[in-house]
Design a protein around this ligand. Sequence first.
Ligand SMILES: CC(C)(COP(=O)(O)OP(=O)(O)OC[C@H]1O[C@@H](n2cnc3c(N)ncnc32)[C@H](O)[C@@H]1OP(=O)(O)O)[C@@H](O)C(=O)NCCC(=O)NCCS
Length: 157
Amino acid sequence: MTVTIRPARWYHYCHPRNVRWMNDPTVTEFLAKRSKQTLRSTWQYWRSCQHAGNIRLYAIYADQRHVGNAGFYDVLPDQAELRLVIGDRSVWGKGIGTNVMQAMITEARRLHWKQIMLHVNPKNERAVKLYSKLGFQSAGMVPYPGADDQLKMQLPL
Ligand SMILES: CC(C)(COP(=O)(O)OP(=O)(O)OC[C@H]1O[C@@H](n2cnc3c(N)ncnc32)[C@H](O)[C@@H]1OP(=O)(O)O)[C@@H](O)C(=O)NCCC(=O)NCCS
């Protein structure tokens, strides 16, 4: 399967597919709790990210099919926080998460960042394994609004 990331457009967020993913309790099990998502709320989310000025969003494609979204948040001159959701559960466990993370790391290097970090629920075994496999190191637990305490992980680039 060929996995690519592309700069996200409004229709990657404000689309019934993304609304469905973000209302899927299995997809969002380990994410911060949020209210029921609608086309309007996903549009508002997209707009708020554009206005924030320190967020870069990407759409994830597997064999030309949109399967999820990723982003760099709180972007500083030399680092950012990475977030990742593969919303289409039918493609989990096929190495797409690994390929997306590799693409995001390549993108971070292209932007000349020195580090990327992320927060992950330690119960999210699949995600913790994925990040550890790619060299992310644990950097302690942090409280997280609306969710379990999160494990902070970081990768020097
Ligand atoms: C976490 C997520 C990105 C993983 O994507 P994926 O495409 O399934 O990842 P991969 O297929 O590359 O698998 C990554 C690793 O997960 C582990 N894994 C795979 N299936 C697993 C399972 N059923 N249980 C536990 N670990 C599993 C493996 O160690 C695998 O690495 P390996 O293939 O080298 O052994 C994806 O499941 C997802 O987006 N989940 C919902 C949102 C989320 O939790 N995002 C992360 C927030 S921090």
